[in-house]
Design a protein around this ligand. Structure first.
Ligand code: HEC
Length: 118
């Protein structure tokens, strides 16, 4: 398990160097807000597990999904709570942020399910 943990850390550090993250155009408030999504959706929206990846999602689709979670129209396990805590403006800004992130498929991943999902 320790080895897996180390390779996971290396993977995250090597695959997403800051210079490639297209963060420059976004305010600190936006990147901080987006970072709160990383626990489940991965670094810059590149999910490492079964949670849907957000990187590179179409902006309109992102907003539609978030508004659906917020109103309860779209069934969800946890996203209702997250969406309800965001204003329409924050959702729109996050949509721009995640649509601008490059979708990455890591070459190695510690989780088999991750490989299968891509
Ligand atoms: C606790 C884990 C968790 C966190 C934190 C979280 N999400 Fe999610 N997200 C999920 C899960 C799980 C789903 C699948 C729908 C569901 O079951 O709620 C999802 C689905 C989504 C979707 C729909 C993706 C698609 O392709 O349909 C969007 C958009 C999204 N999340 C955005 C966000 C944003 C933006 C944040 C941060 C503000 C965030 N999520 C934080 C777990 C999380």
């Amino acid at each position: 398990m320790k080895r897996l943990h180390i390779s996971f850390t290396l993977l995250v550090c090597c695959q997403w160097p800051l210079s490639l993250c297209a963060q420059e155009n976004f305010s600190q408030a936006t990147t901080t807000l987006a970072a709160s999504c990383a626990a489940c959706h991965g670094p810059h929206g590149n999910s490492m597990g079964g949670t849907p990846a957000l990187a590179g999602l179409n902006k309109d689709y992102f907003i539609q999904r978030m508004q659906g979670f917020k109103s309860g129209a779209i069934p969800a396990t946890v996203m209702h709570q997250h969406a309800r805590g965001l204003t329409d403006e924050e959702i729109s800004t996050l949509a721009s942020y995640f649509s601008a992130q490059q979708r990455r498929t890591p070459v190695t991943a510690p989780m088999q399910s991750f490989r299968g999902a891509q």
